[in-house]
Design a binder for this molecule. Sequence first.
Ligand SMILES: [Zn+2]
Length: 152
Amino acid sequence: MRMKVCPKCKSELPKKSFNQCARYADGLSWWCKGCNRKFSAEWYANNCNRQKSAAHSYRNANIEKVRESRAKYYQDHRDKIEAAKRAWYKKNPDFLNTYESGHRINLSDRYLKKLLRVFVPHGEIPPSLIEAKHLQLKTYRLIKEKMNEQHT
Ligand SMILES: [Zn+2]
């Protein structure tokens, strides 16, 4: 008999409609070529979307969280942050130049990239984001310094 029934689509098909597959007793794959193709395409589409959306929602959830806590922190400490920024820029007029060179400040790109990996799990981290992180940490450190000064 040169025909075989595909259990997936229930069609009786000529054996050439099945892939060669040594694993099975008849030397033919379980499903017909058409079903195999369809199933792989569906599986790929489903898994691809699932991975994408999982990563997507994870990122979004974190971005929201960070944005919220950052905004709240800023609201609660606005005067101090702004005053500290102004004072710091006054004291460090050449900040943007030293910043450009990177190495003169302890917050190296490598360190910042590691921190930013949480928000950018895959691919290149944009340089603008590294710069922003740098400025943020610098500001936080300065605020902490100022607060310590006030307490002593
Ligand atoms: Zn089939």
